[in-house]
Design a protein. Structure first.
Length: 256
């Protein structure tokens, strides 16, 4: 079974952008109709995951760091209900904003995003670590979680990242199939009215925030959003499905 089939069969799937288009700017949502719009620096048709026939997309960010952003078409005016899970694959050699949900603007965003109110960010930091952060009120209060072991994801290899916000507002972060950090936050996490974005956000002020507020060249594949808390077993299975090439059917010739 391919990775694509595995994701489409997962309970709670809301949006799924494979990012395997041969050209753009429309990025298809394979689970719903919330298509994305890619910026002008996006490079299509990159080599994808071993476990998927789909290609990947390079966020080149050559024109000032904001032209490859993918913004979804549909505004979530009432926000994202908890629990929910965010999942994607990426490979990067520096720091960068991997994905976010936040304030309203007209996509595609090509200028500065001012996150003065609630937002949700997932990024590779200047320290090479992965981070999952939020600003949960209009006063700028927030927090950020990251693995204490610092796995250094800026190695140019594919990595699988899943962020989970539970119904009780606790945050969990999984990397390459394993839970690497969680917290016991009890603050009422914001509802994040706005748009889902890939390759763009605003991480300035967060712990070890990436250079230029979050923009870097990196390759992205298979972004998915769920309206459930993905279990550890499901996340481990997704990582395995994307990491291992699907078996090919061998042909045998009869020998006289």
């Amino acid at each position: 079974m391919s990775y694509d089939t595995t994701i489409l069969g997962t309970s709670g799937l809301v949006y799924y952008w494979k990012l395997g288009e041969a050209s753009g700017p429309t990025i298809a949502d394979s689970a719903d109709s919330n298509n994305g719009t890619a910026g002008t620096d996006a490079v299509y048709g990159q080599i994808g995951l071993p476990g998927s026939p789909s290609k990947a997309l390079l966020f080149n960010n050559a024109s000032g760091g904001s032209q490859s952003v993918i913004s979804t078409a549909n505004q979530l005016s009432s926000g994202v209900a908890r629990p929910f899970s965010m999942e994607w694959w990426f490979k990067i050699t520096s720091g960068g904003l991997l994905g976010s949900m936040g304030p309203v603007y007209t996509p595609p965003q090509t200028g500065t995003i001012n996150f003065g109110t609630q937002s949700l960010e997932m990024y590779a930091g200047s320290d090479g670590n992965v981070h999952f952060g939020t600003i949960y009120d209009t006063l700028g209060s927030g927090f950020c979680i990251e693995p204490s072991t610092n796995p250094h994801v800026n190695d140019g290899n594919w990595h699988h990242l899943v962020g989970v916000v539970k119904s009780n507002n606790n945050f969990l972060l999984y990397l390459d199939g394993n839970l690497v950090v969680s917290n016991s936050n009890t603050n009422n996490v914001a509802t994040y009215a706005g748009y889902w974005r890939l390759g763009r956000g605003y991480a300035s002020g967060y712990y070890n925030s990436p250079p230029s507020g979050g923009n870097a060249a990196y390759t992205h594949a298979h972004a998915a959003i769920y309206n459930v808390e993905l279990s550890a077993a499901t996340i481990s299975a997704h990582y395995a499905a994307g990491s291992v090439a699907a078996p090919t059917r061998q042909k045998f010739m009869a020998v006289a």
